[in-house]
Design a binder for this molecule. Structure first.
Ligand code: PXP
Length: 244
């Protein structure tokens, strides 16, 4: 089982003040040094967190560690061109809406227009980046998984956001887990990797890991939030000692 750490929100903190810190390069370095199996970043069309220059900078860190960079992209042609220029190991194709707080749900591959757009983008990525692996961020439903197989991709990343929110609210999550069991079985039949991402925390990932439902977990927001509290006391203590 692989852990991909999504460091977008280190860039969110940096962009909030327009400073050069916290450094996304340092964040990637620390995550890989601490056992992360890959770094995940999302270059959004609106550039709300990760910037174009971050992509190449993080790529250099992942190369140094010999670990994969997983670049999340929408199908916007400009973003696809940046992905091609960067040549990451993995590309995760996601839906993108400008007004959303974060990626809201998986790709709609039931719409033939969307399906064609995603298919075309994946074909271009596969042609232009030799050896690139592609995952599609999708919901765990049979029709969508079968449609994913018709696209030149290697894996699907199952949207776990609704499951994770239900878990956080203490609701019954058994129907989500059952869906994930089914998507795992179907992906294995279709020859697609079965990844998970969105909204996961150390608690909500636990039942998924126990059942070995996924081979890869991409977790970001919770990791950065938790890092604040695990580091806050140390930073305040050090600063107080320095001032005294
Ligand atoms: N996977 C995908 C496809 C995403 O879009 C995101 C959020 O950018 C994540 C994983 C990580 O989600 P979170 O930050 O909620 O852990």
């Amino acid at each position: 089982m692989r852990l991909g750490v999504n460091i977008d929100h280190v860039a969110t903190l940096r962009q909030a003040r327009g400073e050069s810190y916290p450094s996304i390069v340092e964040a990637a370095h620390i995550c890989l040094d601490s056992g992360a199996d890959q770094i995940t970043i999302h270059l959004r069309e609106d550039r709300r967190h990760i910037q174009d220059t971050d992509v190449e900078a993080v790529r250099l860190v992942t190369k140094k560690f010999g670990k994969p960079l997983n670049l999340e992209v929408g199908v916007d042609p400009e973003i696809i061109d940046i992905a091609i220029a960067t040549a990451p190991d993995w590309i995760c194709v996601v839906p993108e809406k400008r007004e959303e707080k974060t990626t809201e749900g998986g790709l709609d591959l039931k719409s033939s227009e969307n399906f064609e757009k995603v298919k075309k983008a994946c074909e271009k990525l596969k042609k232009e980046i030799p050896g690139v692996m592609i995952s599609l961020f999708v919901e765990a439903d049979e029709e969508t998984l079968r449609a994913s197989k018709k696209i030149n991709c290697d894996a699907v990343e199952i949207h776990t956001g609704d499951f994770a929110r239900a878990h956080l609210n203490g609701e019954d999550t058994s129907h989500f887990v059952e869906q994930f069991r089914k998507s795992k079985a179907l992906c294995s039949e279709l020859g697609l990797g079965h990844h998970a991402g969105h909204g996961l925390t150390a608690e909500s990932v636990e039942p998924l890991v126990k059942e070995k439902l996924f081979v890869e977990y991409n977790i970001g927001h919770w990791v950065i939030c938790q890092a604040v509290f695990e580091g806050l006391s140390q930073v305040v203590g050090k600063l107080k000692a320095q001032i005294q």
